[in-house]
Design a protein around this ligand. Structure first.
Ligand code: BGC
Length: 733
C-alpha cells in the first residue's frame, strides 16, 4: 500500500505534466455504451484521456480502451471503469431493501464481497453502490435499492456495504470502489414521485437523511454521487452546502464526487442554470468533481479557465482526488484485466452458497396462523400459482448489470428441487404489467412478452383456478415484477397489481391450506391477504438462489428471522408513513383519536421491525445500569431474551428510545440498538446495548446545532417498533 505522501506526490507530478484539456477530461465520465450519444469514448480517450467510462460491460473492450488510454493518450493515465453493480454481478443477491430486512450487517457485507470479486474479475473498478437514501414513502420505486425508513439501520447497512465492496486494502484486486449515493434526500421526493423536488429542514437532513452517508464516510467510502432533484430549491448536483460544507469540511471526506447521470447538463433542464457553461461553473464551484455522461465539463471547463472565470487551481483541486483514487488502488501498475478470470470466479460454489444464505436471512414471515408453516415435506399434491412463481426476472429483482442473463432459481424450481417426488402443478394466472411501460423496457428483452388480451388473461385465470382445485395445498407467488420497483418505478397505489388479489380470493375460497409468497421491491398494502390468508412470507426479490431459499423456509429447513426495514402502509394514499414521527397534541394511542383519517386506521398494516418466526421469544428483565446519568455519560441497557418455543430460531432484539421533552420535540420512538441472535429452544441470552451521547444527541432546530438535552427518556426493548418492555432513563446536567 502506498503512503498518502507518496500518493500526493505522484498526483502533483502528474498534474505538472498534464495539459488543461487532459485535466478536464479526468473530470469527465463518458458513456461507453453503443447507444451513447456524442463523441465515441475511444476518440475522447485517445485525444485527452478520461476520468472514467460507464455503461460498458465488456471485459475485452475494457482492455482495448485501457490500452488506448495508456499507450495513445498524452499522459497515459488509466481509465476507471464504472458500472451499477447493485446487488450482484453474475451471482445475484437479494435487493438491498431485502438485505436490510436481515437486520444482520454480515448479510450485505458478505454479499457485496462476492459482488465486488465478480465485477472486478470482469474488469470493473467502481460500482455506484450503496444507495443510502432514506425512504419513508413506499410509493417511491427506489425504496427497493436502499435500507428502508430508518437512519440507524440504514447507517449500519451503509457501513457494511462499503466494507464488503472496498475491503481494507485499496490495492486488493478483488474489490471495487464504492459510491455512496444519491447525496442527499432523493428518497423524500414529494408524493414519492421519482425526481420530484425535496424540501427538508436541516434537522430532518441531519437527523434522518445524512447519518447513513456519514457512516459511509467513516467506513472509508471512496466516492459519492450527488442526487438529481432540487433539494430546498437547489439541485443536489450543484449544492455547495452539501458537497463542500457538509461532506468535505465537516466530515473530512477526501474522495471524489460524481454527478448523477447527465446531472450537470440537467441543471439547465431543471431551470437552474442558464446554459451548459453556467451549469459547469455552478457544479464545479459547488464541489462536484466528475460530470457523469453529460459532457458539460468537457465542453465548457477549458473555456471557463481560459477566460479567467475559473482558475487553473480550481480545476486542479477537483482533479486531485480522482488521480489519487487511481494511484491508491494500483491502477497504474495493474490497468488490465485477465480476460479468462471472470468465468473462474463466477463459478466458485461459495458464491451461490452466500446468495442462498443471504436470501434465507432476508425473508420476513408476516403471518403464520395455526402454525401452517413450516409445511411437511410429505406434501404430495401441490399447486404453485401466480405470475411470479416461475419468473427469473422477478426473483432476481430490479437493476441487473447490462447484458445480464436472468438465471435465478424460481420459487417453482426451488420447491421442485426440495420435493423431487411430489406432484407439483403450476399455473401463472394472468400476467401483470405496468400501465406506463418502463423507459428501459426495450433493453429488457426477456421481460418483453406481448401484452395478454383480456380473453387470454381470463383463460389464464380459469386455468389457475382449475389447477388449484386439483391440489391439496396451494402456494401463491405474487407481488411485483422486477420493473415495478427501482428507478422509473414509482406508483400511486401499493396494492397487488393486476388481477392477483382477485385470484387469491377465488383460490382462498376453496378452503385449502394456502400460503402466499410475496416477491416485491417495496412494502405492499396487502390488507385482504393479511386478514384472510393464513401464512404469508415476504421473500422480496431474493436473487439467484431465491427459489431455494423460499423452499428452505416453507419446508422448515430454515427458520425465518428477518424483520421489516420499512412499515407496510394500508394504502398508497397513507404514504409517507413511518414509525419515528413526533407526537401530537392528540397521540394516536388515545382510544378516541386512533386514526388521522375517518375512513380507516392510519396505523401501518405491519410495523417497522416486525417479523415472525417458527418459534416464539420472550423478553424480560430489562435493566438500565443507572437510573440517572449526566449529559455526556453512557449507560448499559440489558435484557434477557428467551426462545420460549419448540425450535431453534433467530430474534432481532431492538432497542428504541423517546426523549420526553427538550429543546425540540423528538420522535415518539427511535431505533438506537439492535442485534440478531440465534437461540435454541429454552435458551436465554442477555443482550446489552450502550446508550450514550452518540445515541442521545440530535440536531436541534431551536438551537441550530448538535445538542444533548437533560431530559427523561423512555426506553423500550423488544421484537419490533411496538415493543412494550419499558424503562426510564433520566439525563441531568
Ligand atoms: C441513477 C443512478 C445510477 C446512474 C448510472 C442514474 O439514472 O439515478 O443511481 O448510478 O444512473 O447508471
Amino acid at each position: 500500500m502506498k503512503s498518502e505522501n507518496e500518493v500526493a506526490q505522484r498526483v502533483e507530478t502528474l498534474l505538472g505534466q498534464m495539459s488543461l484539456a487532459e485535466k478536464v477530461a479526468q473530470l469527465a465520465q463518458i458513456g461507453g455504451a453503443d447507444w451513447n450519444f456524442g463523441p465515441k469514448a475511444e476518440d475522447i480517450i485517445r485525444e485527452r484521456g478520461a476520468g472514467s467510462v460507464l455503461w460498458l460491460n465488456d471485459t475485452k473492450k475494457f482492455n482495448q480502451l485501457q490500452k488506448i488510454a495508456i499507450e495513445e493518450s498524452p499522459s497515459g493515465i488509466p481509465v476507471l471503469f464504472a458500472l451499477d453493480v447493485i446487488h450482484g454481478y453474475r451471482t445475484i443477491f437479494p435487493i438491498p431493501l431485502a438485505m436490510a430486512a436481515s437486520w444482520d450487517p454480515d448479510v450485505p457485507e458478505k454479499s457485496q464481497v462476492v459482488a465486488a470479486k465478480e465485477s472486478r474479475a470482469a474488469g470493473i473498478h467502481w460500482t455506484f453502490t450503496p444507495m443510502l437514501d432514506n425512504a419513508r414513502d413506499a410509493r417511491w420505486g427506489r425504496i427497493a435499492e436502499g435500507a428502508g425508513e430508518d437512519p440507524y439501520l440504514g447507517a449500519a447497512m451503509a457501513a457494511a456495504q462499503v466494507r464488503g465492496l472496498q475491503g481494507e486494502d485499496p490495492t486488493d484486486p478483488e474489490r471495487v470502489l464504492a459510491c455512496a449515493k444519491h447525496f442527499v434526500g432523493y428518497g423524500a421526493s414529494e408524493g414519492g414521485r421519482d425526481y420530484d423536488p425535496v424540501h427538508l429542514s436541516e434537522a430532518q437532513l441531519r437527523n434522518v437523511h445524512l447519518p447513513p452517508f456519514q457512516a459511509a464516510v467513516e467506513a472509508g467510502v471512496a466516492t459519492f454521487m450527488s442526487a438529481y432533484m432540487d433539494m430546498n430549491n437547489v439541485p443536489a448536483n450543484a449544492n455547495r452546502w452539501l458537497l463542500t460544507n457538509v461532506l468535505r469540511d465537516e466530515w473530512g471526506f477526501d474522495g471524489f464526487v460524481v454527478s448523477d447521470a447527465f446531472g450537470v447538463g440537467n441543471l439547465v433542464v431543471q431551470g437552474h442554470a442558464r446554459d451548459g457553461r453556467d451549469a459547469a461553473l455552478r457544479s464545479l464551484k459547488a464541489g462536484l468533481n466528475m460530470d457523469m455522461a453529460s459532457s458539460t465539463y468537457l465542453e465548457n471547463l477549458d473555456g471557463l479557465v481560459e477566460d479567467g472565470t475559473l482558475s487553473g487551481e480550481q480545476v486542479d483541486a477537483m482533479v486531485r482526488p480522482i488521480l489519487a483514487a487511481k494511484i491508491r488502488m494500483g491502477l497504474f501498475e495493474q490497468p488490465y484485466v485477465d480476460e479468462a478470470l471472470l468465468e473462474q470466479v463466477a463459478a466458485l460454489p461459495e458464491h451461490r452458497q452466500t446468495a442462498r444464505w443471504s436470501a434465507q436471512r432476508s425473508m420476513v414471515l408476516l403471518k403464520n396462523e395455526g402454525g401452517l408453516l413450516p409445511l411437511s415435506t410429505e406434501q404430495q399434491n401441490i399447486a404453485i400459482i401466480g405470475p411470479l412463481a416461475n419468473s427469473m426476472e422477478a426473483t432476481e429483482g430490479s437493476w441487473m448489470v447490462f447484458g445480464h442473463q436472468p438465471a435465478a432459481v424460481t420459487v417453482l424450481a426451488g420447491i421442485q428441487a426440495k420435493l423431487p417426488g411430489a406432484n407439483i402443478a403450476y399455473a401463472p394466472g394472468p400476467d401483470i404489467n405496468r400501465d406506463v411501460p418502463h423507459p428501459f423496457g426495450e433493453f429488457n428483452l426477456s421481460e418483453r412478452k406481448p401484452i395478454q388480451t383480456a380473453e387470454e388473461a381470463e383463460v389464464a385465470f380459469q386455468t389457475a383456478v382449475a389447477t388449484a382445485k386439483d391440489a391439496d395445498l396451494v402456494i401463491m407467488v405474487m407481488g411485483e415484477k422486477a420493473d415495478m420497483s427501482g428507478e422509473f418505478a414509482s406508483r400511486g397505489s401499493l396494492d397487488l397489481p393486476g388481477r392477483q388479489e382477485e385470484l387469491l380470493k377465488v383460490v382462498s375460497a376453496m378452503g385449502k391450506p394456502i400460503v402466499l409468497v410475496l416477491l416485491n421491491g417495496r412494502p405492499l398494502s396487502i390488507n385482504w391477504a393479511a386478514e384472510q390468508i393464513p401464512a404469508i412470507l415476504e421473500a422480496w426479490q431474493p436473487g439467484t438462489e431465491g427459489g431455494h431459499a423460499v423452499a428452505d423456509i416453507l419446508f422448515g429447513d430454515v427458520n425465518p428471522g428477518g424483520k421489516l426495514p420499512a412499515c407496510f402502509p394500508r394504502s398508497g394514499t397513507h404514504a409517507p408513513l413511518y414509525y419515528a414521527r413526533t407526537l401530537t397534541h392528540l397521540p394516536e394511542d388515545n382510544p378516541r383519536y386512533r386514526s388521522r383519517y375517518w375512513d380507516g386506521p392510519t396505523t401501518p398494516l405491519y410495523p417497522f421491525g416486525f417479523g415472525l418466526s417458527y418459534t416464539t421469544f420472550a423478553f424480560s428483565n430489562l435493566q438500565v445500569s443507572a437510573p440517572q446519568v449526566k449529559v455526556g455519560d453512557s449507560v448499559t441497557v440489558s435484557v434477557d431474551v428467551t426462545n420460549s418455543g419448540q425450535v431453534a430460531g433467530d430474534e432481532v432484539v431492538q432497542l428504541y428510545i423517546h426523549q420526553k421533552w427538550g429543546s425540540d420535540s423528538r420522535p415518539m420512538r427511535e431505533l438506537k440498538g439492535f442485534e440478531r441472535v440465534t437461540l435454541q429452544p429454552g435458551q436465554t441470552k442477555t443482550m446489552t446495548f450502550n446508550l450514550g451521547p452518540d445515541e442521545l444527541r440530535y440536531w436541534s432546530t431551536n438551537v441550530g446545532q448538535w445538542i444533548q438535552d437533560a431530559a427523561v427518556f423512555d426506553i423500550w426493548v423488544g421484537a419490533d417498533s411496538l415493543a412494550t418492555l419499558h424503562a426510564d432513563l433520566e439525563v441531568v446536567e
